[in-house]
Design a protein. Sequence first.
Length: 257
Amino acid sequence: MEDRNEHLLINFFDRTLEEREMREVEELINTDLEVRNQWQYLQLAVEAVEYAALYDQVAAVKENFRTIQPVEVLQPSNKKNVRVIMRPFMRVAAAVLVLIVGTIAYKYFTVSATHVYEKTFIAYNLSTTRGQATITDIEQAYRNKNWNGVIAAANSSSLTDNKALFLAAMAHLQLQNFAAANKLFEQVLRNNSQTGDDYFQDEAQFYLAMSNLADNHPAQAIILLQQIRADKNHLYHQQAMQVGKMDLQLLKIKANR
């Protein structure tokens, strides 16, 4: 029991507890304001340390916590016992508080829509479909990175095909014509909404977010990136996951100022 008490909160952070134990601790977090505040602080502390790449400090904090012997047995039904065990952790976490505050301050002043765009953007490469008999003018222009040629080819068509719309939007994005790019990406999404299709859906979502970031309009980008991050089957899920939660929160704060 004593060994279990020493590792319970660490395992809760790592989500390695049994389902019943996870529910018991979560119940305390949901019903006890002090425990909930402490839990939120711990989440912020760990996340800030991770963003600063202070993995050695995190390991040290955890190791120090493992050496602390709880005074009372931790029973989820006894809230006082939870506080007895959590307070030593808070004292240990205070050892890296200056680093955490510095990290948050650094992130606040350095994170911007442009910074996140440069960190997350990847070029879109047009693949060749097996058995494709011909390559259209717009596809050829795109492969040649002839962005003005892509736009001209798209303008000469009816612009109803999602592929043409998307490639034209990408060309505008490459030329930093963000308003034009956004309009075409959004048209792809509207087309799919009307038809129930998903043709170039993932691509349009991701690059619409990128275009908004590049144009320093993060509000819509944040919504799109959160949607992509929540969908593990999204083509750009892993790319969107490179934008940390703290970066998104800071962008949201700055966007609302």
